[in-house]
Write a new protein. Sequence first.
Length: 80
Amino acid sequence: DLYTNKHLWNSKHQTSHALLSTLFDKETNLNMVYNQLALALEELEQRRCSTNDLIGSLLWHQTVRSTEYFSRWIELKNEK
């Protein structure tokens, strides 16, 4: 009924904007994001050295593996 009733759609649309602006106030959330970014930058070395840095570990592993395969390819190419 929401998609077929234009009056109901407009009413819910206005309500949703009011609700979103109340729950997700730009200034409040932007300050929280800035604070979290500043904290992350301060703890950057600790975060990178942590065993919980899954993404960093995966990227490092993939980089090492790709270098290994590339060096193998060069060796095989030079043997021919």
